[in-house]
Design a protein around this ligand. Structure first.
Ligand code: HSE
Length: 299
């Protein structure tokens, strides 16, 4: 039986250093969701296949069902087949990809009733922050902010010659736990530290001038607190920079570290892994590129 719908959803890296809950970028690593007519069920292959639920509590299914709840229609009986290439709980947007996959699968199945922006709003209100779902939907680098309850998104040009090198530790870092560590109040000096670097980061991407990216990816609003959960973080970031990365940061809420490079990608990856290994942390190196494309349907 042929699938009715095939969706491809990219991995994403949120925060990008200083842009806590505001900046995110899509990566060229893809999950797929296929929709078949049939009894309501979920099949999962790839990452998470041993642990992810195969019933209505599966996040892809929840996204699918949420869409039909929003349009006030009964959820049709379908089988969702998920192929997961995004590791779970590593700060690479696996939950956002699941949610966006479910919502878009439903939108397409229902005849494309909602716009990208409408789906973004549904996904962002579920996730609680928009910095993974926006690049998962629109691709590239996205700036996200709320003006009262209105979600504003804006795309930033991504230079076509930068590579993204990730060190993905064996050790997962559940987002909820990593968020609870963040303090509700910050000092003016820390606010200025991050505002200035976020501005520099957008400038670097817009112009392609990466000479100051090492400063533009620094952060004081979440990485210092999250280091308590993942103590080798700073050493891995430093190893990436010493090996020739342009800038490096904790990807999303972790535990992966992302380094942007123009050359020396494998050296940077190796040095990050070596620094982690010195703290007894094993992991994988992934060399990829930013994706200018967000979620898309294939035939
Ligand atoms: N901005 C979010 C955070 C991304 O740092 O908690 C993780 O979902």
């Amino acid at each position: 039986m042929n699938p009715k719908v095939i969706l491809n959803i990219p991995a994403t890296s949120a925060n990008m250093g200083p842009g806590l809950d505001c900046l995110g970028i899509a990566l060229d690593v893809w999950n797929t969701v296929k929709v078949f007519d049939g009894n309501s069920s979920v099949d999962v292959n790839g990452y998470g296949e041993e642990v992810l639920p195969r019933d209505e509590t599966n996040l892809v299914y929840k996204g699918f069902a949420e869409f039909f709840r929003v349009i006030d229609q009964a959820v049709p009986p379908v089988k969702l087949v998920c192929e997961n290439n995004i590791k779970l709980a590593r700060g690479m947007g696996s939950s956002s990809a699941a949610l966006v996959g479910g919502l878009y699968a439903a939108n397409s199945y229902a005849g494309n009733l909602k716009s990208d922006y409408e789906i973004l709003n549904i996904a962002a209100s579920w996730e609680g922050h928009p910095d993974n779902v926006a690049p998962a939907i629109f691709g590239g680098m996205q700036i996200c902010l709320y003006d009262n309850h209105e979600l504003i998104v804006s795309s930033v040009e991504v230079p076509d010659d930068i590579m993204a090198v990730l060190f993905i530790p064996e050790q997962p870092m559940p987002t909820e736990k990593a968020r609870k560590l963040l303090s509700l109040e910050i000092s003016r000096s820390d606010a200025i530290y991050n505002i200035s670097r976020s501005a520099l980061l957008v400038q670097a991407f817009t112009t392609g001038d990466m000479s100051k990216l090492r400063y533009a990816t620094q952060d004081k609003l979440h990485q210092p607190a999250r280091q308590k959960l993942f103590f080798p973080m700073n050493n891995i970031i430093r190893a990436a920079m010493d090996a020739g990365a342009l800038g490096a940061f904790l990807s999303g809420a972790g535990s992966a570290i992302l380094a942007f490079c123009r050359g020396r990608e494998y050296t940077v990856g190796y040095e990050m892994a070596d620094a982690a290994m010195k703290s007894g942390i094993d992991g994988d190196i992934l060399v990829t590129i930013p994706s200018v494309k967000g979620v898309y349907e294939s035939t």
